[in-house]
Structure formats: C-alpha cells, structure tokens
Design a protein around this ligand. Sequence first.
Ligand code: CUO
Length: 682
Amino acid sequence: ILKLFDRPTEPSFMPKGDDNSVFEAPSKYLNDRFKPIKSDLDNRFGSTNKIQVKDINLPDLSLPEMLPRRANFSLFIPSHRKMAARMIEVFMGMRSLDDFTAAAVYCHDRMNPYMFIYALSVAILHRPDTQGLRLPSLCEVFPDKYMDRALFSQAREESNLVPVESRVPLEIPRDYTASDLDIEHRVAYFREDLGINLHHWHWHLVYPFDAPREIVNKDRRGELFFYMHQQIMARYNMERLCNNLARTKRLVNWRDPLEEGYFPKLDSLVASRVWPPRFANTKLSDVYREIDQIKFDLQDLERWRDRIYAAIHSGTVVNDDGQFVELSESRGIDILGNILEASILSINMNLYGDIHNLGHVAIALCHDPEGKNLETFSIMGDPATAMRDPIFYRWHAFVDDIFQEHKNTLPRYTQQQLEYSGVKITSVEVQSDGQVPKNRLQTFWQRSDVDLSRGVDFTPRGNVFARFTHLQHTPFTYKIQVENNGGPKMGTCRIFMAPKFDERGLPMLLRDQKVLFVELDKFTVNLKSNKNTITRKSTESSVTIPFERTFRNLEAGRPAEGGDLEEFNYCGCGWPQHMLICKGNAEGYPCELFVMISNINDDRVEQSGNQGQCSDAASYCGIRNQLYPDRRSMGYPFDRLPRQRADTLRQFLTPNMMVVDVAVQHTNRTVEPQAGAKARRN
Ligand code: CUO
C-alpha cells in the first residue's frame, strides 16, 4: 500500500517503488479516461511484479469524488474536510488489509491526489493492521509544496538525460522568495525551513480536527493544539528578536489591509497552478465561493471571537445542550482549544464557530474571495505550507492571545505548586562540543540533501536530489548540579530558554517574557541523597527529532522489524533538531536558560503499556495511544501569570529552579553535507 505514495499523480498501473511493481486492478477501478485502452496499457507497463487488487464492492465515494483531480485541496475548507473525512471513514471501515488496499487503489486513480495522500496517511496511521509500515516524508511525495518551481524543470531534465550515477544535487538557493529589502525576509530561513513545515504537517496528521471521532478524540488534543502553536510563536518571536525585528503583531483588526505580502514561488504540480501570492496591503473580505461551497462573513469571525472572549471572562462556555460548562483550571484550556481550532470536539460549533480554521481560509482567499478569477487558495490554506507565510504568525499570535486571556484568568501558581521540598539546584551550565567557552551556543548554516524523485511524476525513475541550506547548531550538553536533602526521589527536569532583553534592550518583565519561553527539553531524573550531577545532551531533547526522521525513512526512524506504524508517525512528528535553538547573532545573542526540577508526584501520569521508541518528541506531539506524559498544564510553570511580586524571572525562582545567562552566537559559515549522508531511497 505504501507504493501508492510513489508518484501520487501517476495511475496505479504505472511502475511504482524500486521494484517497479504495478497494481492490477479490475477495470472498474480505472479512471474513465483509461478504461478503453486498458489492454494497451497492460502491455505497455506490464511489469513482472504485479500486485493483484481485490475486486470489492466499492462503498459510496461520491462525496470525495466531487473534488476534481486537478484541483487544489485544503483541509481548512469545510467542504474539502468533509470529503477527506468521508474518505478516511471508508478506509477505516475496510475489513481487511486487502479490502483497504483495493479501496485505496480505486481512490488513488480517481480522486484528488492531495486529498488521497492525506486520507491515506491518516488511515494508515490509525488502522491496527497497517502497523509496521512507514510513511514517506511529505517533501518526497509532494516536493512542489516546498521547492521553487524552477527546480522541477531541472529535475525533469536531470532524470530524463543524466544517468543516475552522474546526477548532481540540484541547488535550492537560500534566498529565493524575497530579498532583504523586505524586512520580514530576515526570518525566512525559519519560516521556510523544510523541517519546521514538515513538523507542522505531521502534527496535523496525528491530530486531525475532522475525521471519525475515535481518531480525533485524543488525550488533551485541544490543549496540545494550544501548546504546540504557542511554542511556534515563542520560537518565532525569539527568532525575530535576535534578528532585530519586533515581536509579531497580532492580527486583530480584520478590516485593515494586511501589511505583509508573500510570494511563495511554488507551483502545484498536481493542480498545475501557481500558488497565489499575496500583495502587501491586501484586504480581507467576506468569502463567498460557490465553487468551494463556502460562505462566511468577516462578521461571523468577529461574532465568534466576541463570544469566545465573553465565555473566557465569564469562566464558562455553553455546550450544544445549552448547559454551562466551566473553563476549569485543569480542563478549560482543552475545551477552549477544541472550540477555537475548531475541531469536531468543539462543544458548541453553532455558537463558537470555526474561527481559527476559517481565519486561515479568509487569508488564503483574500486575493479572490468570490472566486471571480478562478484562483485557488494561497499557502495559508494548507498546513504543509502555511508556516512559510509571515501572516501565519500574525494570525496565530491572535489565536494565542485568546488562549493567554484564559490562562490569565486562572489562579497563579502558589509557592507550593512550584517548589520541590528538599531539592535545590546549585549550578547549571551548558557546554557546546569543541573548543567553545561555557554557556555559549553556536549556530551556522548547513547544506543537506533530500530526494525529490518520488514526487516528480511522469519522468524516468531514479533518485534526484535537491540540496538546501538550513540553520544548524553545534550540539551541546547541559550540566546541572542538584542537592537533595532527603532520601532518593524522582523529579522532572524542565529546561526552557527565552530572550533576556526586549526590543529596546531593556530587561524583560516576567509577565511579558513568560510567553517567550521556548521548551528545550523535559525528562525524568532520579535524585540520590545529597549531591547529584545531571548531564544531558541537546540531541536527546524531548521536543525534537533528528534530521533523518524529519526527512527520511532511514535508520534512525526505522521501526524495528514488525514495529508499529502509528508509532513511527509519532516518530515523524517532532520539532526538527536543527532548529532547536534560535540563530542568535554575531556578537552572541543574550538569552536566559531556565532549569527546574519539579515534584514528580504532581507530574507523573499513571499509564500502562509501552511508551514506545518514539516517545522522545512527546513534548509537542504526545505519545501514541497514551496519555500525554506530563500531568501539569502544558507550558508549566510559565503558562500562568507569575506570582505577585515576581516581576522578573529571578524573583520568580524557588530553590529547585535556576537561571543562567547563555549567549547564542551565529557564524555565517556554511557546512557542506557530510560524506555518506546522502539519502538512499527506500
Ligand atoms: Cu497548525 Cu493554524 O493550525 O495551522
């Protein structure tokens, strides 16, 4: 079934995978265009590796069939998500793997490839009988979502003319979407980072907001929607500050023109369309597009926003049955996350609407809100690409502000909820590998290769690599000294980093700084009596996954023989390791590194079962089939207003916490791909 990811726009009777298999399906499965010439096609592509596809009674797929094959597909557009949800439901309902494969082949050849790959991925992730399979990285399947259009004609040239052994990687320049005349371009390396966008896509694959309920309903998914996106904002703002840009302005006045323009320079290979750009100072409008069966006014968004703020201030929401439900300390944020996103778990979609998703849509269609020009949506309409656009962050700054409004109504943490009796941190330092002074982190540019060939359709086979440049840092180690005045005990070590100064160079107040803390790591520690030294490597972070897992199906991400696929996909979800820390600046950007050891009795989640090999990016992604592995509110201890009289981070500290100054220094050198690091396609 994984071969269906290979060249997703080529029909299933064309060779797929390294063994050039072809699917042999009953002719009723074929796209109508090919039915009359079936025997000719069989001869032309007659491979010896034939995969027989079962003849099944096809369920009703008329809904997803409504989306044209060459249209673009957006998860955020309600009619599209209903179609995808139906396809997922059909895939989930297939009784055996053979039946599932048959339905998938049928859909592969007849339906919209973007929607198909999305639905197939979600289904494979959640079906019990597809365990042990590995999904290819989306940038291999649809490289057009990430790479300059110019690259694809080069890729075609390369794969048609040059033998595989002689092919050289195609260069993706670092600056191709804009120049430094646009100040927003200073942080394009972050927004356009492939790994960051793949993480975001993966996250939404693991946490779909519209699919059969048993798939959507995961432990604390609404809260994780808040937290993962809050962390994106914290990271982006830190990145802006170290590039001398102000923090992101919330997109609050939807009648004003949008200052930021963005020209993605991406072509959709599937939809054969250019992804529309957005000119600076474009205005949002009411959206009324019959073609997408979508109609809403900016006033709808405003009403929903006002109702949500009113609910937050009253501390209760009203559910579908008209009952009041408290936005409590423990559950409130989860309820609010589902309301705001909105997922199908929203407790009252009629009242609170679909604000975040339709905000994406309003922005994505602002160039053609009525479809007069037959233009499709822009990259804000697709979770695989949305993070490239500066407007994504302005929108999510608005969304995050609503969550913060709720968080600020909650009781502040008491001294007792913060300290850990008998536990005292006496020293913290970070040491980068190599000859680097302590508490100094180093960043630089690195070039790496990804294979495009799976996604360049209608060309001869064989790897075609693209070489791109991304941020990288020297790995480092935390060394934490802890005194424990009691018997042996456990604790949770929580490590965050935040900017030390604001835009004016003044020390930050904790109430502003608290939303800028970037989680770097979280792990359980065993403390013996008296003195302890904890060492932990940056590469072990609970937030990140290694490069190989973001981009490839190779060793590091490979589940053991007979391993389990959803687990692997949790493996695919995770902030890319190469973006763990901000870029810093040439002088050494001043940051505060915060370390805390919290009381395990309030952290621990009782759960049985195996945590799996891919629980290591659990901070932003959770763990498959398990409760979120930390009982505290996500973002603890910075998710609420600081205690009275704790105006600065240092005033906030209890003995089980410590802060050290760390500088992040960027050297403008570029490291070439390591020998032997070149990917081999599976
Ligand atoms: Cu992840 Cu707006 O939710 O993009």
